[in-house]
Design a binder for this molecule. Sequence first.
Ligand SMILES: [Zn+2]
Length: 111
Amino acid sequence: MSNQPHATCTCLSRLTQARLAPSCGAKTRRCTPCAGPAMLNGRCRMHGGKAKGQTTPAGRERSRAARLVHGLRAAEARQAARERGAARREMAALSALLRELEDLEEGSASP
Ligand SMILES: [Zn+2]
């Protein structure tokens, strides 16, 4: 323990210190730079300063797949989408066939 003060007075009020903090700078709805105090990632609490992104491996993969629009691995994603569409169309055709079959059975049973 020492008898020295913990910190020297910087002669700046709390408000002055807050004004000197780096600002966010994101574009606001009024097209002006945001003046909110920036957090560690450079943005204020309203513009993603609190966001840490996906933390789980599954979440990261989901985010990566959702953002994939074009690029080296886009062919894989487009092929997967094509296969999903084909499977969906096949399911629709099969259920239509099933409905038709049920209608035929009802038609043959009632008269
Ligand atoms: Zn901001």
